[in-house]
Design a protein around this ligand. Sequence first.
Ligand SMILES: Nc1nc2c(ncn2[C@@H]2O[C@H](COP(=O)(O)OP(=O)(O)O)[C@@H](O)[C@H]2O)c(=O)[nH]1
Ligand SMILES: [Mg+2]
Length: 186
Amino acid sequence: MEKLPHFIKSAYFKKDYPPHEGQEFAFLGASNSGKSSLINGILKRSLCKTSSKPGHTAIINFFKWEKSTILVDLPGYGYAKRSDKEQKKWRRSIEEYLKTRDQLKLCFILFDLKRGLMQNDLDLLEWLADLELSIILVATKVDKLNQKERSLKLKNAKAVADPLDIVLTSSLKKQGLDKLVEIMHF
Ligand SMILES: Nc1nc2c(ncn2[C@@H]2O[C@H](COP(=O)(O)OP(=O)(O)O)[C@@H](O)[C@H]2O)c(=O)[nH]1
Ligand SMILES: [Mg+2]
């Protein structure tokens, strides 16, 4: 019997993606938006490396979660210290994945609620919509805000993201993760 969950592999390009007949859910967002922490929260294991130093890799990581479901940690964007060459490699890598991965069922786009939606996030939203991919917006680290700040930030984000819905999460407090699980099981 296969042990679940587990890390499958890392890849830059399609030739190295793991073959399988199940479905994939991708996690996208700026560096430091909390992608790896959220994936660990869903896996209920610390399999995915998290970091307070953003943007150190531009690699795609595949994690097997359930029998026929794989979670994909895509490299974060908007990391200014990346060189032009790295930036190009990042774009090629992420673009190839989004354009060619038949198993991709849904993209979760994460953003730190305290920072709000940034231009990079909006560009990504537009790009994914052009590719006709399904999108769910996920606000992260909501534990950093009190109730009042939270509703204000959410209101601002909703105004920009309309008509997309936003799921509120905190990996730290294990909030909202069940909602994401529910969406993936739907
Ligand atoms: N307060 C708080 N911090 C978080 C949360 N999720 C992630 N972080 C922190 O944010 C930083 C970046 O997280 P990480 O998961 O590595 O983000 P990634 O770069 O998008 O994969 C780390 O220092 C985490 O500890 C959360 O729910 N609450
Ligand atoms: Mg990460």
